[in-house]
Design a binder for this molecule. Sequence first.
Ligand code: APR
Length: 311
Amino acid sequence: MSKVSIIGAGMTGSTTAHWLAEREIADLVLVDILEGMPQGKALDLLEALPIVGRDVSVVGSNDYAATKGSDIVVITAGIPRKPGMSREDLLTTNAKIVGDATTNSLEHSPDAIIIVLTNPLDTMAYLAMKVGRLPRERIVGQAGVLDSARMRAFVALETGVSVENIQCYVMGGHGDEMVPLTRHSNIAGVPLRDYLPADKLEAIVNRTRKGGGEIVNLLKTGSAYYAPAAAVAQMVEAILKDKRLVVPAAAFMQGEYGLKDIFFGAPVQLGRGGVEKVIEYKLEADEEAALEASAAAVRESIGVMMGLVKI
Ligand code: APR
């Protein structure tokens, strides 16, 4: 059985464990700094497995030794947003936490592939890559699966068509400048632009961009967790099963889309080797301009982070 460790057993971490246990694809370890909390959540989840008929081990710990030999490490440790906060407001606190989580995880699992979920996502993935001195194949950020799923859900609400028929693609950084690609999105092959009037489509694009904030404003005490965790579970499965699944995700750019030395959301092929390929769309001028604006926001965030953290 493969082994997946989740650092941060809060809302996203424990929900990721839940979705993964349902998939029965890996033994699971939850690590958190809070004493007793990861142990309690792991035991509770373990006790659910006889009911749902899944045989995996679930362990909670405050000690990274429990993560030894993980195939994948998911980093969700850090603070979430509260109303009025942008993802960037989390930077100072989360940079230290993600840096430590990366170092401690790699000490016990030097060959692990790392999936980062902590925000600000693109900057935290960049930090983890640099701190861990990882090749780009072994580090990926979760954002695009979530942003695209939000857009798919909104299109389904608007049209009444099954979510399974709706394909949407959101590129760029995981901030309000993200770029929902309406030209590439479709319902059962019919371009979204032909299916929906322009004003409805624009409303969906705007709601997608602010999708995380919409949840934060409703919850008031934290940020989204069901959908982000489901997105991580899909990415973990793609890697462990060597599916070569193409998903929108944050990868280290090496010239793709004219971008270098930043993490950025793009279609990424995930298999046992991790990030096996970054796929390039042919973009039109307005799409390129939108991506450049999004890249500028990510670059600025990385610049701020580099001023805070010694790597
Ligand atoms: N090591 C391990 N765990 C830590 C550390 C650390 N150094 N610092 C904090 N944590 C734990 C907290 O104890 C908490 O249990 O991280 C957990 C975070 O859980 P939540 O507060 O419930 O936050 P969550 O909703 O899971 O979001 C975590 O993911 O989606 C992003 O923006 C979100 O940055 C946020 C992160």
